[in-house]
Design a protein. Structure first.
Length: 428
């Protein structure tokens, strides 16, 4: 039986594995390395984060992005966006150097067993471990607006469904959303000859500023420090002190999770969108239905707080809709946990699982990492930079749980609360 089973081999899973291996834990890592980046992002995309904010985490900070680029004879400079292909190859390089052999088999079922957990793999075999960390990335949490659900995938897809936008070349496509994924997807579609429009509830598109030079006069840095999430002291708190965010009242954390770092496009995509992409702002899809050759969208003026009604209505015919509408990391989407195990988890008001100060869920021995912890630790968990805090903190928690011994794999008593979530967590 392993000390730790890491389910997922993206930036968070690989970073946790690197710290766990350095700590001497017996370890098993399951998953296809960098799968979301390799399989769900089309060529031509770039990271929104600065290169220095895009490092995976290892204890000695040896396997950074700039080290990978230097090893390949390329550069990773402030103010120069990193191609997704470069970052993906960096992640694979990190896995080869910092992590024990990664087993690419998928976990189909994870359940409690005596002394820990048992994971059933896609070939029917099983692996047991005393503790588990789920680092399943973002794809299990893809969110599609209610009006678009139920339509076939040849008519409606999520922005994360496309490793290749080529099949949409020459067609008419509507992209729903106003964030980076929507704007960059629309730019790539327009550049390949697709007729594309953006449809968004927002009244205006927001764009990030061109970043100033990193070395700056001290007084400018004091007023608005550079951070991995943008300039300013509030962003510095979110980026560099997620542990303090975790101590905030539950209502404050919920507000931060819902409003911090709202939809915005990177500065380098603006000139690719504005001249070539049709934009409809302040509107949303109220209904959608298939028709010969595509889909008909019933579009209404968006009125915040107006419920399902909107005014006035108009129809839009398009061949395909891409929902670039983000991700909703709720506990009920935590596959491949058994239904019983999912149902035992305490949850925050936004539906995400409650986690303690070291990322342990309310189920002893089950740890969580990545986007699913943003409701507890803030917006840094939506970015690669969050691995720098998550990985060492989580591994310390695993070591504490292993040292405690008793309780691993035990069903928590009804009404149990993890201390940091006592005032907000609920059992669903």
């Amino acid at each position: 039986m392993y000390d730790l089973l890491v389910v997922g081999a993206g930036p968070y899973g690989l970073s946790v594995a690197a710290h766990a291996a350095s700590a001497g834990l017996s370890l098993k890592v399951l998953g296809r390395p960098m799968a979301s980046w390799r399989d769900h992002m089309p060529r031509g995309m770039f990271l929104k984060s600065e290169p220095w904010a895009s490092n995976l985490s290892d204890p000695e900070r040896r396997w950074r992005l700039d080290a990978y680029c230097a090893d390949r004879g390329t550069t990773a400079r402030h103010g120069e966006p990193v191609p997704v292909e470069t970052f993906t190859e960096y992640g694979l390089w990190f896995a080869r150097h910092a992590v024990p052999d990664v087993d690419e088999r998928a976990v189909t079922r994870l359940a409690p067993c005596a002394g820990g957990f048992e994971a059933v793999l896609d070939d029917g075999s099983a692996v047991a471990a005393r503790t588990v960390v789920l680092a399943v990335g973002v794809m299990p949490f893809a969110e599609v607006p209610t009006a678009l659900r139920g339509l076939p995938p040849d008519l409606v897809s999520h922005s994360g469904d496309h490793a290749d936008l080529g099949p949409l070349r020459g067609r008419d496509v509507t992209v729903v959303g106003a964030g980076q994924a929507a704007l960059e997807t629309a730019a790539l579609l327009a550049e390949q000859g697709t007729r594309v429009r953006i449809l968004a509830r927002a009244d205006r598109l927001c764009w990030n500023d061109v970043p100033p030079p990193r070395p700056r006069p001290w007084w400018r840095s004091v007023r608005a420090p550079h951070t991995a999430l943008g300039r300013g002291w509030r962003n510095w708190l979110y980026a560099e002190r997620p542990g303090l965010v975790h101590l905030l009242p539950g209502a404050t954390r919920a507000r931060i999770a819902a409003t911090a770092l709202g939809p915005a496009g990177a500065w380098w995509v603006r000139d690719r969108v504005e001249p070539s992409v049709e934009v409809h702002l302040g509107h949303r899809v109220a209904a959608a239905s298939p028709e010969p050759g595509g889909v008909r969208l019933e579009v209404v003026r968006h009125r915040p707080g107006a419920g399902a009604c909107g005014e006035p209505a108009w129809s839009l015919q398009t061949e395909h809709v891409i929902a670039a509408t983000g991700f909703r990391a709720t506990a009920d989407r935590l596959t491949p946990l058994t239904a019983e195990l999912r149902g035992s988890l305490l949850r925050l008001p936004d539906g995400s699982p409650a986690v303690g100060r070291d990322f342990e869920s309310s189920y002893p021995g089950l740890f969580l990492a990545g986007l699913v912890t943003a409701g507890a630790f803030g917006p840094a968990m939506r970015f690669v930079h969050g691995t720098a805090f998550t990985a060492p903190t989580l591994v310390r928690g695993v070591r504490r749980r292993l040292a405690a011994g008793a309780g691993v794999g035990a069903i928590p008593a009804p009404g149990r609360r993890t201390a940091p979530e006592r005032e907000t967590a609920t059992r669903c």
